[in-house]
Design a protein around this ligand. Structure first.
Ligand code: ADP
Ligand code: MG
Ligand code: MG
Length: 892
C-alpha cells in the first residue's frame, strides 16, 4: 500500500477518463457533475481500495478516515447529517466497475434510515407513506445484498401484504401497511441472520461498502467476467451518493433513457418512465412503465430539461449515451450515464450519423465499430416479422440462424442427417462424445453452460450456430423430449435457434439472407433506392477502412468460384491456393497409380496424366484473379489421405480373400496403405518432404503452374503466380526444391517464349523455420506464416484432437482467454513471427510477408499482424470484409 495514496474522490474531483480508478459509474458521475448537470452530491471510493481489501481481507487503514472526511463534507453541503433523527441525510451505496456488469453487483438505497430517522423523514417530507416505503426498501435491499438473506423471503412477505389488502401494486399499500411490513422484514432479518437490522447509520454505510467490495467476487460476477473476458483483478469502485426520491408521489418518478435508439441509431425519444417509484422499479418491471415521450404531458418542465441534458451528453461524449434519472417533486436529477450498448447494425449507423453531424471524424468512426459486429451482420438471419412461438432464451454462443428437427442424442443426429434431415442437437450439455452429432447438426442447443462450455467452444470452432445455457429448457434425453415452460417438444419437432440473440423458437422461422452479404456480393448497391441505411453505413465504413489500411487482404481460395467471390468481397489476391483438392474425385485413381508405381516409367505416366488437369485448374484460377497475385501451395498433406481408409480396405481384402477372389490392385493398395501409415501424420511425410522423396511430384505441379501462366499471358492476361513450398524446416530443403523448380520454369519459358517472372517462396509454419528465417530468406522471395501449423507445433498439440478434449477445461481454468487457434498467441507463436519478420527482412529487405490460416481473418490477430509489419493477411472469402475493416481500424 502506497503512503499518501488517495482512496476517496468527491464527484467534483473525478472525470470520465478515470474509469480504471473510479469505475465507469463514478467517472461519469464526476464528468456530469463537472458539466454542471444536476447530480446529487457524493463521492467515490476507488478500485485501488477495493483491491487492497480483496488482497488482504482488510480495508486500507487510511480508508475509514478518508470516508469520514468526505462524509463530513457531504453533510455540510447538504445541511443534514447521515441518519440523523430529525432530518436525516440518506445515501445510496452503489457498485461500479470499469466495465459495466449489468445486474452482477450490488447497490443499496436509502442508507441512513432507522426506527427513529424514518419518523424524521416522514415529518420532513410531510409524507408518512413515502418514509416507510423507503425504510422497507432499505431493509429489503440491505438484508439481501449485505446480510445475505434470501431475497424471496422479502418478496413473499410483500406479496402477502398486497394479497391481504386485495391490491396488486405496491403503491396501493399505505403507511400503516408499510409499517407492518417493516416489522415483518426486521423479523426476517433477525431470524435469518441472528442479529437485528443495524440502526447505526454509519455502520449501515460501512457494511454496505464492504458488501460492494465483496460482490466483485460473487459467483455471478465471476462467471460474467469469465464469459466477457474481463480481467478478475480490476476490482470495483463504490459510489456513495446522496439520495433523491422518485417515490414522493405522482409528481416524482424515475426513468431510463437513450440519447438515440440503440437498435437503429435513429434520433428521437427512447426510454421508459415510472411515476412514484424508486431506483430499480423501472428495470424490475414491477409496475408498467410509460414511454418516455409521455413525460412531456406529465411534467413538461422536467421533460424539456431532460431533452436538453441528453443533447449536452451526446455532444459531449460524441456517442450514444444511456442514462438513469429521477424526478423528485418536479426536480430532475441525473443518476448515471454511460456510452450505451447497441446492436451491431446500430453501431455502423451511429458511427456514420456522428460523422455527418460533425461530431467525430472517419478515423474515430472506425473505432466505433468492430469486425465482430460486421461478422454478425453477415450471418443469415431469421425473418423478424415471422409469427413463431418463442420457446425461451439462452446465451448467444456462436452466431447464425439454424432450423431443424429436434434430436436429443448424437447417434440420432448423425443417422437423421445422413438421410437428409436437418437436425438441431439438443443436450443438457455436450462432451467429446457428442462431436459426431455436433458436426451432423445444423445447430446446437444446450440448457447448461456458458460461453466457454464445451458446446460453445466447439461450435465456434466449427462455425456452427449454438445457443447454450438456455435454463428454461428441461432436457430429458431418455424420453427424447424437452419441456419449456409447459410446452413439450418431442424428438422430430422443428425448432429454430438464433445464435446471435440466443433466442429459441418452436417451429420453422424463415431465414433471410443478410443484406450486408447481398451488398458485398454486388446484388445490392449502396446508394441504390432499395439500399437500406445499414448497407449505406457499412459501405461508407468499409471505404474509410480501405482508405487508411496498410495491410492488404487476400483470400484462401482453391478454385475459380471461390476466387471470384473473394474478389467481390474485396480480396487483393489469393494468399493460399491449396492444391490437394486437385487430387481428389475422379483423379484419385491417378494418384493411386502414382503411389503404387513400381518403376520410374509408371510414376512418370501417372504424373503426365495429372499434368493437364492441374494446368486447367490453374488457368481458370489465374483468369479469375487476373492482375492479382495468386500464391499456389504445392502438395502438403500426407499421401495416405488420398488412399482408401485402412480399416475399410482391410475388411474388403479379407472378405475377398475368404471368397478366394482377392483383386491384385486391392492387395497392392493395402500394402501401400500399411507402408504409408503413420502414427503422427501431422509430423510425418508431408509438405516439402513429399516433394523431396517422390520424384517428379513437385516439378509436375510447377510445370502446370508455369504452363498455365504462359497460356494466360499468351491470351493477353496478367497472371501473377507465386509458388509456395510448405512445411520447410531448413533452407537446404528449400534450395533443392527451388533448383528443380527453376529448371522447369526455364524449360517452359524456353518452350513458350514467355518471360514468366514466377516468385518462389515458402511457408513459415515450423518453429525451426521461424528460428532460422534469416537463412531461409536467402532462398525465398516471400514468406507466408502458416499460423495454424505453427500454433500446433509451437504448443505441441494437434488442433483436430485438442479443441474438443481439453480446451474447455483450459478456458474454464483461465489458462487461455481464447483458443490460440482462434486468436494468435502473441507471446509464444507471435514472438516467433515477430523475430522471423525481422530476420527475414535483414537478409532480404524486399521480402514479401503474409499470413494464411484462420488467424488471417481474426480481428485481434489482424491488429497484431499490422503491428509486426506484414504486407498482407489471407483468410477465407467470407472473412475478407472483417479483415479489411480490422486492418483499417489497426491503421487509423
Ligand atoms: P445498477 O448498476 O445496477 O444500475 P445503480 O447503482 O445504478 O445500480 O442503482 C440502482 C438503481 O438505484 C438505479 O435505478 C439508480 O438510478 C438508483 N439510484 C442509485 N442511487 C440513487 C440515489 N442516490 N438516489 C436515487 N436513486 C438512486
Ligand atoms: Mg444503474
Ligand atoms: Mg500447414
Amino acid at each position: 500500500e502506497i503512503k499518501d495514496q488517495k482512496f476517496v474522490y468527491d464527484f467534483t474531483e473525478g472525470n470520465k477518463d478515470l474509469k480504471d480508478l473510479l469505475g465507469g459509474k463514478g467517472a461519469n458521475l464526476a464528468e456530469m457533475t463537472n458539466l454542471g448537470l444536476p447530480v446529487p452530491p457524493g463521492f467515490t471510493i476507488t478500485t485501488e481500495a477495493c483491491k487492497v481489501y480483496l488482497d488482504s481481507g482488510e480495508e486500507p487503514a487510511a480508508l475509514r478516515d478518508e470516508v469520514s472526511a468526505h462524509l463530513d463534507a457531504l453533510e455540510q453541503r447538504m445541511g443534514k447529517k447521515l441518519g440523523q433523527s430529525e432530518d436525516p441525510l440518506l445515501v445510496s451505496v452503489r457498485s461500479g466497475a470499469k466495465f459495466s456488469m449489468p445486474g452482477m453487483m450490488d447497490t443499496v438505497l436509502n442508507i441512513g434510515l432507522s426506527d427513529t430517522s424514518v419518523e424524521g423523514l416522514a415529518r420532513q417530507a410531510g409524507d408518512e407513506r413515502f418514509a416507510w416505503d423507503s425504510y422497507r426498501r432499505l431493509i429489503q435491499m440491505f438484508g439481501k445484498t449485505v446480510l445475505g438473506v434470501e431475497g424471496e423471503l422479502f418478496e413473499d412477505a410483500l406479496d402477502a401484504a398486497k394479497e391481504a389488502k386485495k391490491v396488486t401494486v405496491d403503491t396501493d399499500l399505505d403507511a400503516a401497511d408499510l409499517k407492518k411490513l417493516v416489522k415483518q422484514f426486521k423479523k426476517i432479518v433477525k431470524s435469518e441472520t441472528g442479529r437485528d437490522f443495524p440502526q447505526d447509520p454509519r455502520e449501515q454505510m460501512d457494511l454496505a461498502i464492504k458488501a460492494v467490495f465483496d460482490s466483485w467476487n460473487g459467483d455471478r460476477a465471476k462467471l460474467y467476467r469469465r464469459q466477457e473476458r474481463i480481467p478478475h483483478d480490476l476490482g470495483t469502485a463504490v459510489n456513495v451518493c446522496s439520495m433523491v426520491f422518485g417515490n414522493l408521489g405522482p409528481d416524482s418518478g424515475t426513468g431510463v433513457a437513450f440519447t438515440r435508439d440503440p437498435a437503429s441509431g435513429h434520433q428521437g425519444v427512447y426510454g421508459d418512465y415510472l411515476q412514484n417509484a424508486q431506483g430499480e422499479d423501472v428495470v424490475a418491471g414491477i409496475r408498467n412503465t410509460v414511454p418516455l415521450a409521455d413525460l412531456e404531458s406529465i411534467d413538461k418542465k422536467s421533460y424539456d430539461q431532460l431533452m436538453q441534458i441528453m443533447e449536452t451528453l451526446e455532444t459531449h461524449y460524441k456517442d450514444l449515451c444511456d442514462i438513469e434519472f429521477t424526478i423528485e417533486r418536479g426536480r430532475l436529477w441525473m443518476l448515471q450515464t454511460r456510452v450505451g450498448k447497441r446492436t451491431a447494425g446500430a453501431a455502423f449507423r451511429i458511427a456514420t450519423q456522428l460523422v455527418d453531424q460533425g461530431l467525430i471524424d472517419e478515423a474515430e468512426a472506425l473505432q466505433r465499430v468492430t469486425g465482430a459486429q460486421l461478422a454478425q451482420l453477415m450471418f443469415p438471419r431469421f425473418d423478424e416479422t415471422a409469427r413463431v412461438e418463442k420457446l425461451g432464451r439462452g446465451i448467444a454462443a456462436s452466431p447464425g440462424a439454424a432450423v431443424g428437427k429436434a434430436v436429443f442424442d448424437s447417434y440420432t443426429a448423425v443417422k437423421w442427417s445422413r438421410s437428409g434431415e436437418k437436425v438441431i442437437l439438443i443436450r443438457r450439455e455436450t462432451n467429446p462424445d457428442d462431436l459426431d452429432g455436433m458436426i451432423a447438426a445444423e445447430g446446437i442447443l444446450t440448457s447448461r453452460g456458458g460461453k466457454t462450455s464445451h458446446a460453445a467452444v466447439v461450435a465456434r470452432g466449427m462455425g456452427k450456430t449454438c445457443v447454450c445455457g438456455a435454463e428454461e429448457l428441461e432436457v430429458d434425453t431418455k424420453r427424447r423430449r424437452m419441456t419449456v415452460n409447459g410446452t413439450v417438444v418431442e424428438e422430430g419437432d422443428v425448432v429454430s435457434i438464433d445464435g446471435s440473440t440466443g433466442k429459441v423458437y418452436l417451429g420453422e422461422v424463415p431465414v433471410v439472407p443478410s443484406p450486408v452479404v447481398e451488398y458485398f456480393e454486388g446484388r445490392m448497391h449502396a446508394g441504390a433506392d432499395d439500399a437500406d441505411e445499414l448497407v449505406q453505413a457499412v459501405h461508407r465504413i468499409m471505404a474509410y477502412a480501405d482508405r487508411v489500411r496498410r495491410l492488404r487482404v487476400r483470400a484462401n481460395a482453391d478454385n475459380a468460384e471461390d476466387a471470384l467471390r473473394a474478389r467481390r468481397f474485396g480480396a487483393q489476391g489469393i494468399g493460399l491456393c491449396r492444391t490437394e483438392h486437385m487430387f481428389l474425385g475422379e483423379r484419385r485413381e491417378m494418384v493411386e497409380k502414382l503411389i503404387l508405381a513400381d518403376t520410374d516409367d509408371e510414376r512418370e505416366d501417372a504424373l503426365k496424366a495429372l499434368l493437364p488437369l492441374q494446368k486447367k485448374d490453374f488457368v481458370e484460377l489465374f483468369e479469375a484473379m487476373d492482375g492479382l497475385p495468386v500464391t499456389v501451395r504445392l502438395l502438403d498433406p500426407p499421401l495416405h489421405e488420398f488412399l482408401p481408409d485402412i480399416t475399410e480396405l482391410s475388411v474388403r481384402v479379407a472378405l475377398a480373400e475368404a471368397r478366394k477372389d482377392a483383386n491384385e490392385n486391392d492387395l497392392r493398395l493395402l500394402q501401400a496403405v500399411h507402408r504409408l501409415h503413420e502414427q503422427n501424420p501431422m509430423l510425418g511425410l508431408r509438405g516439402v518432404r513429399l516433394g523431396l522423396v517422390i520424384p517428379g511430384l513437385f516439378t509436375m505441379q510447377v510445370r502446370a503452374i508455369a504452363e498455365a501462366a504462359a497460356e494466360r499471358r499468351n491470351a493477353k492476361g496478367d497472371p501473377r503466380a507465386e509458388i509456395m513450398i510448405p512445411l520447410v524446416g531448413t533452407v537446404q530443403e528449400l534450395e533443392i526444391v527451388r533448383e528443380e523448380a527453376e529448371q522447369v520454369i526455364a524449360e517452359v519459358e524456353a518452350a513458350t517464349g514467355v518471360d514468366l517472372r514466377l516468385a518462389l517462396g515458402t511457408m513459415i509454419e515450423l518453429p525451426r523455420a521461424a528460428l532460422t528465417a534469416g537463412q531461409i530468406a536467402e532462398a525465398a522471395e516471400f514468406f507466408s506464416f502458416g499460423t495454424n501449423d505453427l500454433t500446433q507445433t509451437v504448443w505441441g498439440f494437434s488442433r483436430d484432437d485438442v479443441e474438443a478434449s481439453f480446451f474447455t477445461a483450459y478456458l474454464e481454468k483461465g489458462i487461455f482467454g481464447v483458443s490460440p487457434f482462434e486468436t494468435i498467441d502473441k507471446d509464444g507463436v507471435g514472438s516467433l513471427v515477430r523475430n522471423a519478420v525481422a530476420a527475414g527482412r535483414a537478409t532480404r529487405p524486399d521480402l514479401k510477408l503474409g499470413v494464411c490460416g484462420e488467424h488471417g481473418g481474426d480481428p485481434e490477430s489482424v491488429h497484431f499482424f499490422h503491428e509486426v509489419g506484414l504486407d498482407y493477411v489471407s483468410c477465407s472469402p467470407f472473412r475478407i470484409p472483417v479483415a479489411r475493416l480490422e486492418a483499417g481500424r489497426a491503421a487509423a
